[in-house]
Design a protein around this ligand. Structure first.
Ligand code: FUB
Length: 346
């Protein structure tokens, strides 16, 4: 992924004006998926490291190897790193690149959902389980059948059904699945196989989970994101189309699908009436942060809604060394969400 220009940024000044500070600073963390379990906040982030991998547009420098779970008694309390929760060496099917995870709970068992490149270099999504929200987690021997690409987010609906949302462009390989199977042909560039600007954009996927949360209960389906005229967003509409970082939350009976626009660096949202959509593009939750990626979750804590997100301010702009943050968000009476500016000035 290309770097945004950071030469003009005075990071000391920027960090003073940021609306929030890193929740932990002894390790780099990113892609925070936050949940409240038993009254406590648990954040399931990527654990960023500098593995010495060369930077490229397919994200090889995001060479993460493990996961740590962060917990907090409240959004204002100290964030605790609960140590190693799962390492790639303990996942039989996975080779490398432990990217953005999520977690959920059912009947006292905690499920960590995570993408990684399998031994054939194709991203798949796996599950690991624990009797504690902080792990350690034990991985299933195989990835979820029918899974592909990256960035799983597992939403529990009010009727007790669980749905996984996933997908990501460029390094996340979604563009290689246009025909329902992995297209391994050349060229190996992030934008090969992306639709033309005037064609419909690639879409994220959703699949209902089986009762044991270990498999898809159905073939994953595309999730439609429509514009104000009811048409699919176009591939060239890079300020609004889906790129990665799927998330779903429910507010006042409406389903909010939020996501990152990747190369235009926004966190956007679209609203629908059921978990499968269609969803209508509505607006932005977060303006661009320092760093190339923007990835988030939306979580209700004590009747207030919060955006968990990341930026690269602590590492002074290093794309793959990010820090998890949290800020309150507001749903307006008309259902829209107020857009957050991550810094009062840069
Ligand atoms: O952290 C690695 C990748 O970067 C994630 O999977 C994407 O969402 C982006 O944040």
């Amino acid at each position: 992924m290309p770097e945004k220009s950071i030469e003009h940024i005075n990071f000391d000044e920027l960090n003073k004006t940021a609306i929030s500070q890193p929740l932990v600073s002894h390790i780099y963390t990113a892609d925070p998926s936050a949940h409240v379990f038993n009254g406590k906040i648990y954040i399931y982030p990527s654990h960023d490291i500098d593995a010495g991998e060369a930077f490229d547009d397919l994200g090889s420098h995001f060479a993460m190897e493990d996961y740590h779970v962060i917990s907090m008694d409240s959004v204002d309390s100290k964030a605790v790193d609960n140590g190693l929760a799962l390492h790639v060496k303990d996942v039989p099917w996975a080779k490398q690149q432990m990217w953005a995870p999520d977690a959920n709970e059912k009947n006292g068992t905690y499920y960590l959902f995570f993408p990684a490149k399998a031994h054939d270099d194709i991203f798949r999504i796996g599950v690991a389980t624990s009797n504690s929200p902080t792990g350690p987690f034990k991985a299933e021997p195989e990835a979820i059948k029918g899974s592909f690409s990256i960035d799983p987010a597992v939403f529990k609906d009010d009727d007790g059904s669980y749905y996984m949302y996933f997908g990501g462009l460029w390094g996340g390989q979604l563009q290689r699945w246009r025909d329902g199977e992995f297209n391994a042909s050349e060229p190996d560039s992030p934008t090969a196989f992306i639709p033309e600007d005037n064609e419909a954009a690639l879409l994220p996927y959703v699949a209902k989970m089986t009762d044991n949360l270990l498999e898809f209960d159905e073939k994953a389906k595309e999730l439609q994101i429509l514009d104000e005229n009811g048409d699919l967003l176009l591939s060239g509409d890079i300020d609004r189309r889906f790129f990665e970082a799927a998330w779903l939350h429910k507010h006042n009976g409406k389903y909010y699908f939020s996501y990152s626009t990747g190369d235009s660096h926004f966190i956007c949202y679209a609203i629908g009436d059921n978990p499968y959509g269609p969803f209508t593009y509505t607006g932005r939750i977060l303006e661009p942060v320092v760093g190339w990626t923007s990835h988030h979750s939306v979580c209700k804590v004590d009747e207030k809604w919060y955006l968990f997100y990341h930026d690269s301010s602590l590492s002074k702009g290093v794309t793959h060394l990010r820090s998890v943050k949290v800020a309150e968000i507001t749903h307006n009476a008309d259902g829209t969400i107020e857009t957050l500016e991550p810094y009062s000035k840069i």
